[in-house]
Design a protein around this ligand. Sequence first.
Ligand code: GRE
Length: 338
Amino acid sequence: MLGKIALEEAFALPRFEEKTRWWASLFSTDPETHVKEITDITKLRIEHADKYGVGYQILSYTAPGVQDIWDPAEAQALAVEINDYIAEQIQGREDRFGAFATLSMHNPQEAAAELRRCVETHGFLGALVNDTQRAGPDGDDMIFYDNESWDVFWKTATDLDVPLYLHPRNPTGTIYDKLWADRKWLVGPPLSFAQGVSLHVLGMVTNGVFDRHPKLQIILGHLGEHIPFDMWRINHWFEDRKKQLGLAETCKRTIREYFADNLWITTSGHFSTNTLVFCMGEVSADRILFSIDYPFEHFEDACEWFDRAELNEVDKRKIGRENAKRLFKLGSYKDSEA
Ligand code: GRE
């Protein structure tokens, strides 16, 4: 399929080359290529995209990014630097690239103001945040965005009518020491990423964020960070026990309704037709978006898998680009019929 749209596509600042190389050494089979790919913005990405039929990419700053910085002033300065950098890099290539804002999530008002600046002055299409914000004197605290102090931020996102991509980050500090240090191979894609994001987003569901902000749109990668698999069980527990659990007050709709109205999932880093078809059954093809997870994954693997997957053509077009055009209002996106 030509003209696919992809939206979990990472870049890094060239000045952090050493850090990028270290991260790549943990996760990549070819760290040198990874460093080149993640710091390139428009050359290699367009070559890959042309070869594999991707018309439009939404770029975001790599994990853990600003969520790893527990000093609030330093985090804010870095977010602004990243946003201005990527805006400049993709200028003139708006036919092929959009961007998500990078945000320091220490302070809801400040995060809201930076989101507004990025959308209004840079034309960004939303934000991507790497799970909880590290905070506190030694970075061991975690800020979740599921309590009422974040309402000002979620209101800004809905006023601006842009989605937020809730991306994982690696476990750190005490949580790492207690849960993961003795089983470190489970950090990242095998388990910890999905566990972190699913906890956070189900916290948003049960703490009433979507009831207070019914128009809010949140995107989850990796085919929904394990939640679709547990949909029946979560629904069963919440609905049968809502009153008993005291949940009826804060969580007025069913988990399936939040998925139909507020949540999207992408195929980033999860190229299994079996799992995709299963997710289509649980959340419907109307809420699934193609993505790659470049350069942690390859265009070739994602695109050849998707193009060959045995899906009906209507669903394939929805997942490959039409849903993204609808969510991001890419009406003028020219490659759509290419
Ligand atoms: C990511 O998307 O940020 C990521 C990593 C490390 C491994 C896989 C992955 O940071 O998708």
